[in-house]
Design a protein around this ligand. Structure first.
Ligand code: FE2
Length: 347
């Protein structure tokens, strides 16, 4: 990102992430500064380069602030690298052993959509704060968490016609399974059509929906993303909470901007989803979306993009049995996104 130091402050003050570790010039890393933020099991690493000829600076110039690395915790980073590259993955980093006084971590990496990469991180022999090379660093003020627990899913936007190719990559190279398919009949509004398939690993902990634009009357929200991100990339990260009312109340109080859902959404939503064990007035007041599937219900809400380019955003999600992705909300959600796209002059 352009300014990791200031972004780290935003994630601490607005989102309630604790600063836990740092690497940079003061710790002997000459070319960059990285801030590690943690809330629950979620870890974000924000990095800015020190010079314009760095790969990181080139990435920021091209894509703006964005998600470069989706790191995956593995038992054996060498085996993950060998298996995936043998099955066709493009190698980005050969297995590398990082060591310090707290033990060792093995890291390797492969390419996924756009310039995004997956890092495989094997940390069973490590007890330090984050990774070798990082020093523990604490927030300079009292950070109040907002109840975020873990990453629920990470969504990728890919170019027109390339969704199936990336689904095949996750199936054949990564050994994931296709979980769900949404076609343009499920998720087209008057303008903003898209198609989506969700792939998941064996235990279901990792879920990667992959979107591609579909033909619509005007520009798809996925096309807008790709135009401004300058290619395929991570569209949103969904973070889970056990109490979305408390989480969203705090985030709104701290100035985090969410998509607007019109009041008439709530005129029919309770007929659609039935009874839920939540304060329905608070849900309406906070503009939270509700959906139900065969296994239960879910509550969700989407932020506006968290940088000036209309690219990466976050989803807050509370699952009460439901394992799906809020299909019943797609129409209301996409109409809301289109209102924003229209305001930006990109519809
Ligand atoms: Fe999502």
């Amino acid at each position: 990102m352009g300014n990791a130091k200031q972004s780290a402050y935003y994630y601490q003050s607005a989102w309630g992430y604790d600063l836990i570790a740092y690497a940079g010039p003061e710790t002997g890393v000459r070319d960059r500064a990285s801030y590690v933020l943690q809330q629950g099991k979620i870890r974000l690493v924000l990095t800015t380069a020190m010079s314009p000829d760095s790969e990181i600076s080139k990435h920021v110039l091209q894509h703006g602030d964005g998600v470069k690395v989706l790191a995956l915790w593995v038992d054996d980073a060498r085996a993950s690298f060998e298996a995936t590259t043998k099955r066709g993955a493009k190698a980005v980093m050969e297995p590398t052993v990082l060591k310090d006084a707290f033990g060792e971590v093995v890291v390797s990496a492969i390419q996924t959509y756009g310039e995004t990469i997956h890092k495989f991180v094997e940390r069973r022999n490590y007890t330090g704060s984050f990774l070798p090379g990082y020093v523990p660093k604490k927030s300079l003020f009292t950070v109040k968490g907002v109840g975020l627990k873990h990453v629920d899913h990470c969504v990728g936007n890919v170019e027109l016609g390339r969704m199936n190719e990336w689904v095949k990559f996750y199936e054949e190279v990564m050994g994931f399974k296709l979980l769900l398919t949404f076609d343009d009949k499920d998720i087209s509004t008057e303008y903003s059509a898209l198609m989506s398939k969700v792939v998941s690993n064996g235990n279901g902990y990792i879920k990667f929906p992959i979107n591609e634009p579909a033909e619509g009357k005007k520009k798809s929200q996925i096309e807008e993303y790709i135009e401004f991100y300058k290619g395929a990339g991570c569209q949103h990260i969904a973070v889970a909470t056990d109490d979305i009312i408390a989480t969203v109340t705090e985030l709104r109080n701290r100035g985090v901007e969410f998509l607007y859902v019109p009041d008439n959404y709530y005129d029919e939503v309770w007929d659609r989803v039935g009874k839920i064990n939540e304060d329905v007035n608070a849900i309406r007041r906070l503009n939270i979306l509700v959906d139900r599937d065969d296994e239960g219900y879910l509550l969700q809400l989407f932020t506006k993009p968290v940088q000036d380019r209309p690219t990466v955003f976050y989803e807050i999600i509370q699952r009460c049995g439901a394992k799906s992705f809020g299909k019943g909300n797609f129409k209301a959600l996409f109409e809301s996104i289109e209102r924003e796209q229209d305001l930006r002059g990109n519809l």
